[in-house]
Write a protein that binds this ligand. Structure first.
Ligand code: NAP
Length: 194
């Protein structure tokens, strides 16, 4: 293995790395001696407005996590990565949500923002499914990491009665996909009541 290839495999880009799920993934991979390329609004990498800049940063990363949510930002970035990297052996984990599935969507909530969020995640999940069929013959891998409720700032004050996943548990699911020798198209994770 040449030096460049070795470096690439030990480099992970995380979109949305400063807190919540992204921070847990960052901490996990730092502990595994990876170079973490953290890309969030707070250091100038807004998923909604700075996609070209983000693409430049992920260029030599073997692992990429499209974690942060912002409108259609995740979907658009994934489309760009497919366009530019489908002949690379890059591994891409996308944090979707059970809110984008029939089983996980809370139909009682009529809040406009929530309904929009569910629709965006649904479209993302469907695109990943189509892409995975396409990728069977290509070296790029894409994993749909689909968590139910996770204990982060994003859901502060919501779903208070539900058991919640820990951010590290989501990070472990990401690691499991990245280290697997077979394709894991979608991993749905949920915490049950004790
Ligand atoms: N929490 C849950 O219950 C849950 C369940 C299922 C799926 N998810 C999904 O998991 C992902 C992460 O959620 P989380 O709960 O960990 O959120 P969080 O705790 O609010 O953290 C969001 C992270 O993303 C960054 N970020 C936010 N907007 C961004 C943007 N436009 N561009 C770049 N970075 C941005 C934030 O940093 P800056 O502020 O510096 O930008 C922060 O590091 C999201 O896709 C969410 O839909 C969450």
């Amino acid at each position: 293995m040449c030096m460049n290839q070795e470096n690439k495999n030990k480099k992970i880009a995380i979109i949305g790395h400063t807190k919540g799920i992204g921070k847990a993934i960052s901490d996990l991979y730092k502990s595994k001696k990876y170079t973490v390329v953290g890309l969030s609004r707070s250091n100038g990498y807004d998923l909604a407005t700075a996609q070209e800049k983000i693409m430049e940063q992920i260029e030599d990363c073997g692992l990429v996590v499209i974690n942060a949510h912002d409108g259609k930002g995740q979907l658009n970035l994934l489309k760009r990565i497919y366009g530019r990297h489908h002949y690379d052996s890059m591994k891409v984990a996308v944090i979707t949500s059970t809110s984008g599935t029939e089983q996980g969507k809370d139909s009682d909530i009529e809040d406009k923002e929530y309904v929009k969020y569910c629709g965006i995640k649904k479209e993302l999940i469907e695109y990943i499914g189509e892409l995975q069929e396409e990728l069977v013959t290509k070296p790029l891998s894409v994993y749909d990491i689909c968590p139910d409720v996770v204990d982060t700032d994003m859901i502060k004050g919501l779903w208070q009665d539900l058991p919640k996943l820990k951010t590290l548990e989501v990070a472990e699911a990401v690691r499991y996909c990245f280290e697997s020798t077979f394709n894991i198209n979608r991993i749905v994770i949920q915490k049950n009541a004790k």
